[in-house]
Design a protein around this ligand. Structure first.
Ligand code: SF4
Length: 420
């Protein structure tokens, strides 16, 4: 069951963009944009890969032990920002700086990066400007740097308030630093915060999970993300599990933890709006909604992924190459979804949100190429109680949320067996 709560990026049938050589491609060459019909890009994702230490469950692109390269990295990011095509901007509603640990940059470097993003992408209207942070990095100075840079929202990776569970994750912070970080942020003027928690950590019991939820709620944050631990392929933690050195919690316990999160957070006034995300009214994360609604966003920095008008790509995940480059970085994993893939992905992303999909959108997708064969799949999952029609919207039932990957897998499955 552990995967049922962790929907991954779509793995639908894709094709390489015709005639594109990935080794030398840059993102601007994927599009032919004339000034009258620019794609509407609403979001910016900037990736800062530096961390003080590499946690053994993490499969993000991060680097540890290369702290001396942080100032040069910010110099390079400024060039990346400056090279972004002119048609990106003007309609930006969210900027998200993730990593890695963006707040591991020295305050002056952090300000330089944030101001470059702000000056290029923030116009007259206020936008959601989020930075991810590890609790131990949020000093008074960092909080002030965030405000100087125009940030108005911070997402804190608390993960747990139990030292032994943090140790099991190889996270090094003192749990009390979460509250201290929030205080620094509020004093500096940042009141919009999110806290990340992880459940199903080896050795975790229900009492500890209830306590983690209670302590996160008590901190007064307005947004919580709760993720079940994933044993990602290629991570040291996965290797330890495969060698029998780590025992995952059982499926039933993990499911029970998820149900407890739903109950406790609902009792405390949080609305669940996505499989792993809860918010007080008015505090949903606009940036994440942009991903789940399949809108357009532009990536900056090594390994950052972007999506514009059905084109997906990833900047090369190599720090040295990035630092030596100029202008836009080289890209890889270029994909352009066929209609069948777009429909599968439309269901996957739309159903992640608890509101589900409007009936008109469902009918539109079912009427497209590859849509008809999904009709009986939907009917079958409605019949078995995993999906339901609520008014005019198709959505997961409470039980369906626990088995979301099964339903999504069926809706994503390519229409013909993959070659090879
Ligand atoms: S601090 Fe976060 S991004 Fe960095 S290695 Fe640990 S889990 Fe990954």
């Amino acid at each position: 069951m552990s995967n049922d709560l962790h929907l991954q990026q779509a793995t639908t049938a894709v094709k390489q963009s015709g005639g594109v050589s990935e080794a030398s491609t840059r993102a601007d060459t994927l599009f032919e944009v004339d000034s009258g019909a620019s794609p509407l890009v609403r979001g910016i994702y900037a990736h800062v890969p530096f961390c003080a230490h590499r946690c053994h469950y993490c499969d993000f692109f991060t680097v540890a032990g290369r702290d001396d390269q942080r100032p040069a990295f910010v110099d390079r990011m400024q060039k990346d920002v400056a090279a972004t095509p002119a048609w990106v901007g003007g309609d930006i509603e969210t900027i998200f700086v993730g990593g890695g640990t963006p707040t591991y940059l020295a305050p002056p470097d952090l300000v330089r990066l944030l101001r470059a993003l702000h000056d290029r992408f923030v116009g007259e209207c206020s936008i959601e400007f989020t930075v991810e942070a590890n609790p131990e990095t949020v000093t008074r100075e960092i909080a002030e740097a965030l405000v100087t840079g125009g940030v108005n929202r911070v997402s804190l990776g608390a993960q747990s308030f139990h030292p032994e569970l943090l140790h099991a994750l190889e996270r090094r912070h003192d749990p009390n630093r979460v509250g201290v970080a929030l205080e620094h942020l509020r004093e500096a003027g940042i009141t919009r915060t999110s806290v990340d928690l992880i459940f199903a950590i080896p050795g975790q019991d229900l009492g500890q999970w209830e306590d983690d939820l209670a302590r996160a709620i008590d901190l007064g944050t307005d947004h919580l993300s709760c993720y079940g631990l994933v044993y990602e392929p290629g991570t040291p933690l996965r290797g330890r599990r495969d060698r029998g050195e780590v025992e995952p919690v059982g499926d039933d316990l993990e499911a029970r933890m998820y149900e407890i999160a739903r109950d406790r957070l609902a009792e405390s006034g949080f609305e669940q709006y996505e499989i792993s995300n809860w918010a007080r009214p008015g505090h949903r994360c606009r940036h994440n909604l942009l991903y789940w609604r399949n809108e357009n966003w532009w990536p900056l920095g090594p390994s950052a992924s972007g999506h514009v008008e059905g084109h997906r790509w990833r900047n090369q995940p190599r720090l040295g190459e990035y630092l030596e480059g100029d202008g836009l970085p080289a890209i890889r994993d270029v994909e352009y979804l066929e209609e069948d893939g777009r429909i599968g992905e439309g269901f996957m992303m739309g159903l992640r949100c608890l509101d589900g999909l409007p009936g008109t959108r469902v009918e539109e997708m079912l009427s497209g190429e590859g849509g008809e064969r999904r009709r009986p799949i939907i009917a079958q999952h409605v019949e078995s109680g995993l999906l339901e029609w609520s008014g005019d919207r198709l959505r997961f039932t409470t039980r369906g949320l626990l088995l979301a990957n099964v339903v999504i897998g069926d809706l994503l499955a390519p229409s013909t067996p993959a070659e090879g």
